[in-house]
Each structure stands twice: as C-alpha cells, then as structure tokens.
Design a protein around this ligand. Sequence first.
Ligand code: S3P
Length: 180
Amino acid sequence: MIGARHIQNIALIGFMGTGKSSVGQLVAGQLHFAFLDTDHVIETRAGKPISDIFAQDGEPAFRELERTVVTELASRKRTVIATGGGLPVNEANLASLRTHALLICLWASPEKIWERVRGQTHRPLLNEADPLAKIRSLLAAREPFYRQADVLLNTEVRSVKEVAQQVIHQFQAARGKRNA
Ligand code: S3P
C-alpha cells in the first residue's frame, strides 16, 4: 500500500502518438513548470537513440533504464512528465508516479495513432510488417494499465491546445480538491 499522495507534478501516460510530448511542453509552458520526457532522459544517459538501445541491448535493458528514471522522479516538483508508451505496463512505475503526480492518460484509436506515427521511423516496436495490427494488439494489452490513470482524455477530437487546456483544468481541479 502506498502512502498519501502529494500531487505536485503532472504525468502524461498513453500510447505512442497520442501527443504526450507536444501537450506536455505546452502545459509546462503555460503553468511555468519544468518539462521532462522520460525517453529523452534515457537517450541522454545511454548516449544513443532508443532504437539503438532496443537493437543493441534489448527491450528489457530499456525497461530497466525506464524504471530507474521513474524512481528518480519522486523528488521532482512543478514538473510535467511525458512518459514512454510502455512505461505504465510496470505497475511499480504507475504506483511510484501516483504518489507525486496527477496521472493523465491521453487516448486515441489505433487508426488515429497509425495516421499520426506512420511517417516516423524512430519507434522500434513499430518496425513490423503490419504496424497497424501491432498497434491494435499492443494497445489492447496496455489498456488496463492506461485505465488506471486519474483522468482519461480522448485526443482524437481535440487539438493539442485543447488537450493542454483540459490537462491544466484537471490538474487545477485535483489540487483545489486536495487543498479545500
Ligand atoms: C514505447 C514508446 C516510446 C519509447 C519506446 C517504447 C512503447 O515512447 O518509450 O520506443 O513501448 O510504447 P513514446 O510513447 O513517447 O513514443
């Protein structure tokens, strides 16, 4: 059992291509919070792109780096954290983030996700003969983890700006409730 929550940060979780980084940067700018992207921290530390970490060291090594970064985030304040799409599959990661951050999941359908990521080449998990089928199966497997977020926001019908406004609204409401 985890102790009381002290919400000081916002953690954006969700599948690749749901807009975590672009929304997160916008939210951070508007709230005057710092912005941190777990993938970016991992790449800087490893000194190579995620695709190389997967290819040379394997996915388990990447997940271990991810786990270490999550543990360190507990000391952050006033930070918007964009997480890698597979990070919430480790329950310990979700539990740790929940102690200090409001967990907001950005959601989109497999078709929309595919439309958004199809021009990109840096996502090793989608280097497949049928990437849309892979998105469908991965998303279905991850849905129970994503649904553990405090808030689920559908990004399909909203612009990045609108999603950012919703995130800020939810964060302020959650903080207001706690301070009431
Ligand atoms: C992954 C998503 C990526 C990155 C890595 C694995 C995943 O992050 O962490 O390629 O397992 O879904 P984004 O969600 O930021 O693309």
